[in-house]
Design a protein around this ligand. Structure first.
Ligand SMILES: *Cc1c(COP(=O)(O)O)cnc(C)c1O
Length: 393
């Protein structure tokens, strides 16, 4: 399958049909598997071959189809599917780390990722050093004394600041560190993270891969050696595996992923342009805009795509931001992203509420900041709704 186009792989990659020849991928909603004989059970416990299953926490045919398909799309050797995006982040890091190791991480992180790095890892003797992800000099200085791993979001939430995967990977590899990239905002459609030097890529499949707000899921991608020797033993014994039903939802999500994400990105670009000219908007952050300070990096890293999220600052702080949200008629107020439905989030009072005002200021999260996850509705309806809500501010 590797020589086929991405959209062909998205529909056919990894499919294994049962004896019934079903068109749509089968959901093997089973936790266990019956053996033909006691000898077969014994042999499978000694060494399970490909397509030989023992227990759904270890592996399941529907989950394996999802893992094969997403690995093909990402250009990774292998993948392990997880119960959520956080199970993927935790699994990728904890499976490889031990007491005494050092991790260098970007400071701008999804709240739960920050919790793992700031609260959990240090409890077990792992030192974590935070840097400004966009500043290669800080990465270089922090990596100089050696590190086991680096972790960052390639496009930070909610400011959409990019981290240079290739640049950080060069520094990390020179220091002997593995590069783990949380690539949710870049999406599997625009990601070339493995080719750019990432050793492991993690996704919250809850976002664009499902893309229709139904299920939590995640995936860790990397070399076969890393996935099967490091990640799998940790995940299968600690219980963060993906359920077969979720894997089926995610498999169907992958079929339409590229169509949805390209439509969402086109609308996000139109919205970024439209709000840029509005008198109530003081700042627009969208890597697809020519005015974006990291436009050259976006060209190199994402083929010029700006992604499906637009962040912008409304003049007048929290009060103005709330007036904007409450005036929206089509766009919904929520905190998911990557969904078919367009979602407005006020990060300062929701996703980033836990941070101190100083921490928020340091990350560029002002009280007037709105994060817009753009869906697949008609572009002109979205632009009109957002402009009327801005006028209502
Ligand atoms: C949502 C998200 C996660 C966590 O994923 P869940 O599926 O909610 O566990 C991790 N990182 C980023 C960047 C996210 O957006």
């Amino acid at each position: 399958m590797t020589t086929k186009g991405r959209r062909t792989q998205a529909v056919h990659g990894g499919t294994q049909r049962s004896q019934w020849g079903e068109m749509s991928e089968a959901i093997f909603l089973t936790q266990g598997f019956a053996y033909d004989s006691a000898e077969q059970a014994e042999a499978r416990f000694i060494q399970a071959g490909p397509d030989e299953y023992i227990y759904a926490r270890y592996g399941n045919p529907t989950v394996a189809m999802f893992e094969k398909r997403i690995a093909l799309l990402e250009g990774a050797e292998d993948a392990f599917a997880t119960a959520s995006g956080m199970a993927a982040v935790n699994g990728a890091l904890v499976s490889m780390l031990r007491a005494g190791d050092r991790v260098v991480a970007a400071r701008a992180l999804f709240g739960s990722c920050l919790y793992i790095l700031e609260e959990i890892l240090p409890r077990f003797g792992v030192e974590v050093v935070f840097v400004d992800g966009a500043d290669l000099a800080q990465w270089e200085a922090a990596l100089a004394p050696g590190a086991k791993a680096v972790f960052f979001e390639s496009m930070a939430n909610p400011t959409l600041e990019l981290v240079d995967i290739e640049g950080v990977a060069k520094l990390a590899h020179a220091a002997g560190a593995l590069v783990v990239v949380d690539n949710v905002f870049s999406t599997p459609v625009y990601s070339k993270a493995i080719a750019q030097g990432a050793d492991a890529v993690v996704y919250s499949a809850t976002k664009h891969i499902d893309g229709q707000g139904r299920a939590l899921g995640g995936v860790i991608l990397g070399t076969r050696e890393f996935i099967r020797k490091t990640v799998e033993p940790y995940m299968k014994h600690t219980g963060g595996s993906m359920s077969p039903f979720t894997a089926w939802i995610m498999l169907k999500g992958l079929e339409t992923l590229e169509l949805r994400v390209r439509a969402q990105t086109a609308s996000a670009g139109a919205i970024a342009e439209a709000v840029s000219g509005h008198g109530k908007v003081t700042l627009v952050s969208y890597p697809g805009l020519d005015s974006h300070p990291q436009r050259a990096l976006a060209q190199r890293q994402l083929g010029g795509a700006g992604g499906t999220v637009v962040s912008f600052e409304i003049d007048g702080g929290k009060e103005a931001a709330f007036r904007f949200c409450n005036a929206l008629e089509i766009v919904l107020i929520s905190n998911n992203l990557g969904d078919a439905k367009t979602i407005a989030t006020h990060p300062a009072t929701t996703t980033h509420q836990r941070l101190t005002p100083e921490q928020r200021a340091g990350l560029g999260i002002s009280d007037g900041l709105i994060r817009l996850s753009v869906g697949i509705e008609a572009t002109e309806d979205l632009v009109a709704d957002i402009l009327q809500a801005l006028d209502a501010v």
